[in-house]
Ligand binder design. Sequence first.
Ligand code: UD1
Ligand code: CA
Length: 454
Amino acid sequence: MAHTAVILAAGKGVRMKSNLPKVVHKAAGKPLVAHVADAVRVAGIEDIIIVVGHGREEVQKVFAGDQVKFVTQEQQLGTGHALQQAEGMVDPGNTVLVLAGDIPLLRPSTLKVLLDYHQKQQAQATVLTTHLQEPTGYGRVLRDQNGGFLRIVEEKDASPEEKNITEINSGIYCFNAGSVFRVLHQLQPANAQGEYYLTDVLEILKGEGHRVEVMSAAEPEEIHGVNDRIQLAQAEKILRRRKNHQLMRDGVTLVEPDSIIIDSDVTIGRDTVLMPFTLIQGKTVIGEGCEIGPWTNINDSIIGNRVIIESSRVKEAEIGDDCIIGPYAYLRPGAFLHNKVKVGDFVEVKQSQIGEGSKIPHLSYVGDALVGKEVNIGAGTITCNYDGQHKHQTILEDYAFIGSNTNLVAPVRIGESSVTGAGSTITRDVPAQSLAVERADQRIVPWKKKKHDH
Ligand code: UD1
Ligand code: CA
């Protein structure tokens, strides 16, 4: 049977005290609602509708280029009203999974178990529940004498006895689409909050004699919603621990893992070793057998195999196999290093290709450059790429040897196997197989130091 997921995310999240809607806040480098959508996808559901309202442009931005669909709930009149907005977009024959956008710890496996159970029981509705020692704030699940579903009562509508119930509604459900959308039209906001409660659908279906099931299988951690920034930090901690454990299970060594922070979407090959105080963010991909850190921060970069990066910053860069980076290197957006490149201490590379086997060992700035293979760039070399208005390109052909402290005033080209003399300011192209020297002759002047005149 075809499945559709509806993620409810129109609420503001007042307790975040934020200008942004709650569900776009990030945990482990990924917006809360993206964690939920990813869990849904991994569970096998591709058809995803997100109900948006507060800050909907911000939520839509999270999914730019994605297949996800959106529907707007103009006024937040309750969870039932929120789901109702998606009615025209769902085939009545589908199974609908409904869940909130603020539960980043939810596992795909839990969703799969719920979907399977719903199917097997041939239920019209199945609610996922769990038991909490501290159930305050959640809807409580009332059961009949036989343990069957009776109804869900919200905290604000519950009697003192009902408040003692520890089985709570996770807010995650499966429905037969035809049934749920039919019944949503019957909801009345006759409750303490004056809202259209999605939970009432279950009671109505049950009253009509339909099968409504309860699956009490959620691990409490998984359904924990993020409502404020303290809970955001708690969720983040759990996600990071899960990520680190997964990587270690997959063959990556983490030395002192509590000091290593890796975003959810990062992938790392086996036998790579991460040293302490290393932060790897965004959509970074790291190959096998690398040694990264200590004190290294990488984001949105692609790194090959057997790369060594020590105490460096790598940002939106691409690094080939067998490169050695740092300590204290800064690879900026558009830095593209072919295999076996060395970028040493206090070297900054931006928007430049560095050919195979080339070396920039110390104290250089290389920007907007095209560097061939086996080029050696001496200490202190600077590409003067910016004239205050425009950026210009520097081209260093294969086997060029750039003397220490060369200023390469772009646009400029150094031909194949050519050499620049140390300290030269090169303003004109240098042909292949030549030496370019630009510096004043050394003079010798007789001199006496004032203090030590002996
Ligand atoms: C809901 C359940 C409660 C359950 C709890 C689990 C109802 C009536 N109650 O309560 O039984 O224990 O979730 O966390 O459903 N939303 C909209 N539009 C609205 C209202 C809400 O999109 O008009 C979205 C919110 O953005 C949020 C989700 O629905 O993502 C849940 O809404 P929320 O107000 O937090 O529901 P609870 O009161 O927590
Ligand atoms: Ca909530």
